[in-house]
Design a protein around this ligand. Structure first.
Ligand code: ADP
Ligand code: MG
Length: 287
């Protein structure tokens, strides 16, 4: 590769708001077979908001806020924002507070032992049939539903929605015309992931994946051919680093921008296809 051609090439991509950090990746990009996407913050806007509270709302939100005040998860912020509707919900000291990555949070509140999180908590909790029906209905609407438990009983549900980005559907359609398989890799529930995948037209869903397992799924997909992973770095930095081509959203964490080979400065998902097209063009020129 001649340095001049490469410089001209990277100038071309820079004009499109696509940062290619090293020339070696150009060849790999042209060979990519599968493009894997993180869900939260990549396919979706990443600003979850509470849409439904099932159960006695003030009580459910009060218990949930006690625990979520100690969490940095985007879902926690959504719950705390909704709780503000009820004015001062007093946040008290929670004893034995614990974050269980990919599951939720738990601890001893003044009302009793409590948890907020997903179904992985369910085996030792009770959920009445009415709640179970609401749970399914809300999930099938593409909402992330967390259970709020108190004293060994589920007292309510909180449904949270994070809308797909406006460009997600177009981005997937374009990749498909290039013959690429698109995959969503997420820690969220299967039904929610499938609802969003269908909305934006993603081929395949790998859901309910714990943060530590994401890189292993990338390795499995690499058996078919080179894999590109597109993410924002929240819970997915190892996946970005493991993929043959790591594509970081410009809005992502510093870790994402550092470990990605390509950065989409404009945060526009349709730039994934543009990056692939331009890489092929530049690679042909410098070969
Ligand atoms: P993603 O891959 O979409 O970024 P995460 O691995 O961060 O997902 O979380 C997976 C799931 O774990 C969430 O969808 C939620 O059900 C549960 N969860 C994680 N953290 C919390 C929390 N602080 N409160 C409630 N639920 C949580
Ligand atoms: Mg994420």
């Amino acid at each position: 590769a001649t340095p001049t051609a490469l410089m001209v090439g990277t100038g071309l991509t820079a004009r499109h708001g696509i940062l290619i950090k090293n020339g070696e990746v150009l060849e790999t990009v042209s060979a990519v077979k599968t493009v894997v996407f993180d869900k939260t913050g990549t396919i979706t806007v990443g600003q979850p908001t509470v849409t439904d509270v099932v159960g006695e709302e003030e009580r459910v939100l009060s218990v949930a806020s006690q625990l979520e005040a100690g969490s940095e998860h985007p879902l926690a912020q959504a719950i705390l924002d909704r709780a503000k509707v009820f004015g001062q919900i007093k946040v008290e000291e929670v004893n034995g507070f614990e974050v269980l990555p990919g599951q939720g949070v738990q601890g001893q509140t003044s009302a009793g032992p409590a948890f907020v999180g997903n179904q992985r908590f369910l085996d030792h909790q009770q959920m009445n049939p009415d709640l179970a029906v609401s749970f399914k209905t809300l999930q099938n609407q593409g909402k992330t539903v967390v259970l709020v438990g108190l004293n060994q009983e589920v007292i309510g549900l909180i449904a949270i929605q994070d809308a797909p980005k406006a460009q997600s559907r177009q981005a997937m359609a374009t990749l498909k015309t290039r013959g690429l398989e698109t995959v969503m890799l997420t820690g969220d529930n299967q039904a929610v992931a499938e609802a969003i995948a269908q909305e934006v037209g993603i081929d395949r869903v790998i859901a309910e994946v714990m943060p530590a397992e994401k890189a292993a799924h990338i390795q499995q997909l690499q058996e078919v051919g080179p894999v590109a992973f597109v993410g924002d770095g929240i819970n997915d930095a190892p996946a970005l680093a493991t993929a043959d081509v790591g594509i970081a959203m410009g809005s992502g964490t510093d870790v994402a921008i550092e470990s990605g080979n390509i950065v989409l400065v404009k945060n526009d998902l349709t730039d994934v296809a543009t990056a692939i097209d331009l890489s092929a063009k530049i690679f042909k020129r410098i070969k």
